[in-house]
Write a protein that binds this ligand. Structure first.
Ligand code: GAP
Length: 539
């Protein structure tokens, strides 16, 4: 059975993921990638960069696209001019609602604390918890029993509701037992909390030197739009892609790496003519969903959730989220992997004219937001960020489609999907439960492992030669310690698709076996064909 506990434990045991600063007790919301994890994450980012940017062929029209288009890359800074965040809207609007507990002094995100109504005699209280979904019911029951001072033998005097609710689904919080409190009604009213990390530039450190760690990579692309057009002579339609770190001071980081305070994004801003933007929106939505499936996420665990009209910013014609059935969610619930948003001309015009007013009347071009003195609330750069079509000589502000993916959430989804328990014979031929990470070969941290069956008779020398040859073009692992069955199991847990074993026959017929991680089939291949066969299999 797949469970989040097992996945987290494998990630730590095998070196995919560690808690940051663990020897000092850890730091919440920050994660380190171990030797296997760093390879996996690099492979996810490399697959995205190759498939979306470098490998894109701008001479042919991809299936489903309205026309050919160009894609280029960018690497902008994490700290940018503070005005960027004023014009992007993050300074005023990038917040979550949080509540403080007056008793425990802890702070929670209002929409993330879950719980259930519990009843004993004529008192009904809402017992909340931060426990994972699998433990939620037990934890609510345990806390309710304690609150009502019930002994185990009186457990049937307690009624626990079937429905799991979050705090923002309640009418008020007076009857709430907060996650770390002993008495009721200890939560404050929800308040806004800006998620941007603040820092200071230079030695003086006054308020005028304040800057922010970027909460998204997207703005680095918008502010470089003109630079890219002028320097690389790309023509609309075209996209600029960027992979990089983003930072959000999440109130309750949780669910392993799903909600972290430091994470990586893989974002594209795709610039097109306003009258073609709907077609491009549909194209990117479908293409991004297909990408996850190509790399192994199953149809059943992925959904595309179109936002309802009332969820959309009014300048937006559409936003869709690609969501995955992460095992930490209740059955039937999905978590966001990537958002594809139609952003209209909001960003380019805001950086040009001053922050636009998201409450401008629908159906009209958006107006610059004004302060109480009738002046722009946040001044733009004043630079012309419009585009001139060389053929028609038409000048316009391009519309933007933004496929915005999280690299860490992608890695987490691939890890969750890959985790499999099946049965395989051990070295004595007895069937045993086997844990295997069925990662797509493109994503697998180690592509092949090479083993001499035993550490003698010239087998290590042959194995090391094969290892040396493969090492030039891929990440390969060499292991000569312990029983070969145990070596296979270790590679299964690492997700290594192929194991190459040098055995007694090798010494006479110059062949080795290649074992397939998923089917467990073993094929004999000539030593001098191993590299070519492995390359073909990986393709
Ligand atoms: N530029 C648009 C933008 O940033 P978003 O939906 O806020 O949109 C895009 O973020 C993606 O970044 C999400 O779909 C998710 O994969 C990832 N992401 C956002 N916040 C995250 C967090 N706290 N931890 C890990 N990944 C996160």
């Amino acid at each position: 059975m797949k469970s989040m506990d097992k996945i987290v434990s494998l990630c730590k045991r095998r070196g995919f993921l560690f808690q940051s600063s663990e020897i000092y007790g850890g730091i919440q919301g920050f994660w380190d990638y171990g030797p296997l994890g760093v390879e996996l994450k690099r492979n996810v980012k490399e697959a995205w960069w190759t498939d979306m940017i470098r490998g894109h062929n701008d001479l042919i029209t991809p299936a489903g696209a309205p026309s050919t288009f160009e894609m280029v890359g960018l690497d902008s800074t994490i700290i940018m001019h503070p005005q960027v965040w004023k014009c992007s809207g993050h300074y005023d609007l990038f917040h979550d609602h949080m509540v403080d507990c007056r008793e425990s002094k802890k702070r929670y995100r209002f929409d993330q604390v879950r719980g259930r109504w519990c009843e004993h005699r004529d008192q009904k209280i809402f017992v909340s918890t931060l426990a994972e979904v699998e433990q939620e019911l037990d934890e609510v029951r345990r806390r309710a029993m304690k609150f009502f001072k019930l002994r185990p033998k009186n457990a049937d005097e307690l009624t626990v509701g079937n429905e799991s609710l979050t705090l923002d689904q309640l009418d008020d919080t007076h009857s709430v037992l907060a996650p770390d409190a002993k008495s009721l009604d200890t939560l404050t009213e929800p308040r806004e909390f800006n998620l941007m990390f603040k820092t200071t530039i230079g030695a003086l450190g006054g308020e005028e030197d304040a800057a922010f760690l970027r909460p998204e990579t997207a703005q680095g692309i918008f502010v470089n739009f003109k630079n890219v057009v002028d320097s690389s002579r790309v023509k609309i339609p075209f996209g600029i892609g960027q992979i990089g770190k983003s930072f959000r001071n999440e109130i309750t980081p949780r669910n392993f790496t799903f909600r972290s305070r430091e994470f990586e994004q893989m974002e594209i801003e795709f610039f097109c003519r306003p009258d073609q933007s709907q077609e491009w929106y549909r194209y990117w939505r479908d293409r991004r969903l297909a990408w996850y499936k190509t790399l192994g996420l199953s149809d059943e665990s992925l959904i595309m959730r179109e936002h309802h009209v009332e969820e959309l910013a009014h300048y937006s014609v559409g936003t869709a989220d690609i969501e995955y059935a992460f095992p930490f969610l209740p059955p039937g619930e999905y978590g966001e992997l990537e958002g594809i948003a139609h952003r209209g001309d909001f960003d380019l015009r805001s950086h040009m004219e001053g922050k636009l007013d998201p409450n401008s009347p629908p159906g009209e071009p958006m107006k610059v937001e004004l302060n109480e003195h009738g002046k722009p609330k946040h001044r733009g750069s004043g630079k012309d960020l419009s585009y001139r079509d060389e053929v028609t000589n038409e000048k316009f502000v391009p519309h933007v489609i933004e496929p915005s993916a999280g690299a860490d959430r992608g890695v987490l989804a691939f890890l969750c999907e890959a985790y499999t328990e099946d049965e395989a014979p051990d070295e004595n031929g007895e069937m045993q439960v086997r844990t295997v990470m069925k990662l797509h070969p493109r994503l697998a941290p180690v592509k092949a492992a090479v083993f001499p069956l035993v550490k003698k008779d010239g087998m290590p020398e042959v194995a090391q030669e094969i290892y040396g040859e493969l090492k030039q073009s891929m990440n390969v692992f060499y292991d000569e310690k312990g029983a070969v069955g145990r070596r296979y199991r270790r590679q299964d847990e690492a997700g290594t698709p192929y194991c190459i074993t040098v055995d007694t026959d090798t010494l006479t017929d110059k062949t080795v076996t290649i074992r397939d991680r998923d089917t467990l089939e073993q094929t004999r291949v000539k030593i001098d064909e191993v590299a070519a066969v492995i390359h073909t299999l990986l393709r």
